[in-house]
Design a protein around this ligand. Structure first.
Ligand SMILES: [Zn+2]
Length: 342
């Protein structure tokens, strides 16, 4: 009994230590997260309010308000909000980042907290530079109204296809493919931008008239480094067909450089692989085809990701589920990350 008491006492002390330790690491209990972004590495409430007492006079001492002020105004002015990070000094000593981060301080906090704090020579910093240098074009497939007039399936081609098909429909989610892919596309945009990518959207609403060739030409005009076309499958309604599939141009494509074809194929594989990893879906074999107008016109690696089957009752419901969409977005973001940094 005495022995047991000793163990209990030891366990109690351990639990107290375990409780104290994280507090010691995170330094202070004030919030450091604003709109999903973590500012701990560039911001400390106590340091900031001590250095700039006027902020409290201005917005009050509520830590959430102070953090909001820092994010909205303090960052713009290049204020130092943490002992270990002086953005003005960092800005002055990192002229090499001007090209990707531009002028003004704001981007430097973001780059530093995500990548730069690991050291200039670190793998992370190198990844950060590649990410900030990359423009991703996201093309949420289809639109409210199909376009049945025709266009060449590639530059100079005599083969014509309709400009935009209507896409598939989910009888269980009661959503159209064009709705699901835009929901996911907007989430993907936000996530990629938060990481530092530049993002170009071919559409952000349903009522547009943009042909598949025009979508690719938009990516060309915006000098996108890669293009991700979001789609869902529909085949054999009510069947158990399911899974994520990448699609890309096939070897020997007459409209594209072979390096672009190879890049698109790699991208298609990575998107499906990492989506499946994140969602637990089946990863289906990549489909190679030279019949896709939106791929044939794109001068950069371009892939379609068929994110699942809206013809499958369970998958249709999942594709419309916000948490499941978040998992897809995590997976696609990981796929893009590997495409850009590997
Ligand atoms: Zn589609």
């Amino acid at each position: 009994m005495k022995r047991l008491g000793k163990y209990l006492a030891a366990a109690a002390i351990l639990m107290i230590l375990a409780g104290l330790f994280p507090a010691a690491v995170s330094a202070e209990p004030w919030p450091t997260k604003y709109k999903g972004r973590e500012y701990r590495t560039v911001y400390s409430y106590s340091f900031y309010t001590k250095k700039y007492p006027y902020v409290i006079k201005k917005v009050g001492s509520d830590p959430a308000k102070v953090l909001e002020y820092f994010v909205k105004c303090g960052m713009y002015y290049g204020q130092q909000a943490k002992k270990s990070f002086d953005v003005k000094e960092y800005y002055a000593s990192h002229k090499n980042l001007r090209k990707i981060l531009g002028t003004g301080y704001r981007n430097y906090y973001d780059y530093y907290r995500q990548y730069g704090r690991f050291g200039d020579g670190s793998e992370k910093a190198k990844q950060g530079i590649r990410i900030y240098s990359t423009t991703v074009c996201i093309d949420p497939g289809h639109q409210r109204r199909a376009m049945y007039s025709r266009e060449p399936i590639g530059p100079g081609s005599g083969t014509y296809k309709i400009k935009v098909s209507s896409g598939t429909y989910g009888p269980w989610s009661r959503l159209n493919e064009y709705e699901v892919v835009l929901q996911i596309g907007l989430k993907l945009r936000d996530k990629l931008q938060a990481k530092g990518y530049k993002v170009v959207m071919t559409r952000t609403k349903h009522d547009v008239s943009i042909s598949n060739a025009e979508r690719a030409r938009l990516a060309n005009a915006k000098k996108a480094d890669l293009m991700v076309r979001l789609h869902c499958d529909g085949e054999d309604y009510g069947s158990s067909l399911n899974g994520a599939r990448g699609m890309a141009a096939s070897r020997g494509n007459r409209y594209l450089k072979q390096s672009v074809v190879a890049g698109g194929q790699r991208l298609a594989g990575l998107l499906a692989t990492y989506q499946a990893k994140a969602t637990g879906q089946r990863r289906l074999e990549t489909l190679y085809t030279n019949e896709m107008t939106g791929i044939n016109w794109a001068q950069m690696p371009c892939a379609i990701i068929e994110m699942g089957y809206m013809s499958n009752p369970a998958e249709d419901r999942r594709l419309a589920n916000s948490e499941f969409q978040d998992k897809i977005v995590t997976g696609l973001t990981n796929g893009i990350f590997h495409f850009v940094t590997d």
